[in-house]
Design a protein. Structure first.
Length: 256
């Protein structure tokens, strides 16, 4: 199974445990925002592109990958690998009903819809979404503490989930389905305690065939460089079930 969907850096006001002596939520949020966007400039779009190596068992593929995020929350991924081309498009993230249209186009040019948690994850995985459009991302914190293990490694751990409007129904089965959908959007981000830049993202990718089943995904970010005043990771590695699947080297960055 190819796991090539957008991931999301979702941001809210998490509460940090006083026992760990972490900054107040608003203070740390501001630190993260400033870490990526020191000037606080208003952005229209950000895109990154570069070389990608994809691995799945004995299969190997190389080529190029381009990711783009616009201020309205829409995203676009274009995979141009040696044996396959594929693109993913997610429309603007509507609020408050989260109405958005997501799809991918396979190597044969056929278009397929994306729905559920895989669609609701709004933003590509190379920077926090609030640095682009803070008022357009409807999210809420799930886990609000920094555990000892993460703290000892110089990391701050926060888990987020998308806020999905509660359905106008009191039926238990409807509410249970709603709760499962919202929980399935959960993502955990590990931030560097000193510079507040994301180091790692962990979440579950839902199977396209059965969205009740999730596959563990982790993404590591490194080699941050200043691009037009913004900090962008140039080395991004994605692991599926703890096995390296994608090694992405960013070579071009466009900020508008």
């Amino acid at each position: 199974m190819l796991v090539r969907h957008s991931l999301a850096f979702l941001v809210v006001l998490p509460f940090f445990s006083a026992i760990c002596q972490t900054p107040a939520p608003s203070t740390f949020q501001q630190k993260v925002a400033l870490a990526f966007n020191p000037s606080g400039a208003q952005l229209t779009s950000v895109s990154v592109s570069g070389s990608a190596s994809w691995i799945s068992g004995s299969q190997r593929d190389t080529g190029n990958l381009k990711l783009q995020l616009s201020a309205d929350g829409s995203t676009n991924e274009t995979w141009s690998l040696s044996t396959e081309g594929r693109s993913y498009v997610k429309g603007p993230l509507g609020s408050p009903d989260l109405g958005r249209v997501c799809s991918y186009t396979d190597a044969k040019g056929s278009q397929h819809p994306l729905d559920g948690p895989n669609c609701l994850r709004a933003i590509p995985w190379f920077f926090p979404s609030f640095a682009i459009h803070p008022t357009n991302v409807a999210v809420s914190s799930v886990v609000d503490s920094t555990d000892a293990a993460a703290s000892n490694q110089g990391l701050k751990k926060i888990t987020y989930k998308v806020v999905i409007p509660t359905p106008p129904s009191t039926r238990s089965d409807v509410l249970e389905t709603f709760a499962k959908l919202q929980d399935a959007t959960a993502e955990t981000i590990y931030y560097d305690s000193e510079n507040a830049l994301p180091k790692k993202l962990v979440y579950e990718q839902m199977s396209d065939a059965d969205q009740s089943k999730g596959i563990e995904i982790s993404v590591e970010f490194s080699d941050y460089r200043a691009e037009s005043g913004f900090m962008i990771p140039h080395e991004i590695r994605q692991y599926v079930q703890r096995t390296l699947q994608l090694d992405f080297h960013v070579s071009e960055v466009a900020i508008h």
